[in-house]
Design a protein around this ligand. Sequence first.
Ligand code: ADP
Length: 367
Amino acid sequence: SHKRKLSNDFLLENGVAGSSDTGVKVIVRMRPPNTNEEEGEVIVQKTSDDSLSILGQTFTFDSVADASSTQAHIFQFVGAPLVENCIAGFNSSVFAYGQTGSGKTYTIWGPSNALLEEELSSDQQGLTPRVFESLFFRMNEEQNKHADKQLMYQCRCSFLEIYNEQITDLLDPVQRNLQIREDTKTGVYVENLTEESVCSLKDVTKLLKKGLSNRRTGATSINMESSRSHSVFTCVVESRCKSKDGLSSLKTSRINLVDLAGSERQKSTGAAGERLKEAGNINRSLSQLGNLINILAEVSQTGKQRHIPYRDSKLTFLLQESLGGNAKLAMVCAISPSESCKSETFSTLRFAKRAKAIKNKAVVNEQ
Ligand code: ADP
């Protein structure tokens, strides 16, 4: 197996707009005020397509989505390019970062538990079902376009949760405390994790429903449904085709959709005992993510080499490829518009700003 650097010709040939851009794409999404929040409490205003203002400070990202933004808009900005990248053979990840209740789950999967209900109104659908709907459509188009090359796709999905620094298989939750392994050929993988073949959006939705119903949510004194776990949905897409010389070639790309645990500081939640232990561990994965973002931003800016401590937490070890490595990364940073969340919002915006400075090195995996 060898990794091919992308030339401009390759990009043009494949019609992938913006593929040479390896920066992390950062979108800040502000949810609408909820019923406990007064209109007057709103302190965040979108000032243009890519900036917002909060208490006199302006922040600029790749895009800013306010309360009026739709799920379709988020798909257009984050999901559609991810699908094109996947078709072109790149690894792509989307992370949702932010405090509990800011809209991470809504963005990545859809409204809380909506996938578990039979009736999911289509305009509320989250990023993941939209990505797979589009991916299957695009694969079909590509197959028709390249019928002479006998283009074939194969997709395998897995769904896991990192909770208390332990990995649980959400498609087979008796499998707890799974271990991350690294192999020079396949890279980083989770040993014994269930992988299911999928051929349609329906297959994916079935897995999502199953996995989400196995997700753990812990109640704390502040947030009844505070999510203390990170969940990672992964799809490996393999495409095989015959080239002009009759040889068969294989391209592999990987999609990771990641709903991170709430980024809020844990001390005000009155956590005690087992919960405190969880909080400490979740802070380890999240603070390690923050650490890596800082280091990678510095490396990208100064060009100086540094040791990157990927292995210091399960999250960063598992997703190391997405962080400064061979993947395109989009980060959706979710914020609340209200005064009461001010300090968490500033902290999320600072995180988002540092993430913006990272450069990944995405190449096509081809053999
Ligand atoms: P998190 O995953 O960050 O804890 P959720 O996604 O569960 O937060 O969002 C908290 C609540 O706000 C949910 O009831 C969700 O449906 C609602 N919500 C979040 N973002 C939006 C949005 N952009 N539009 C409408 N409702 C939203």
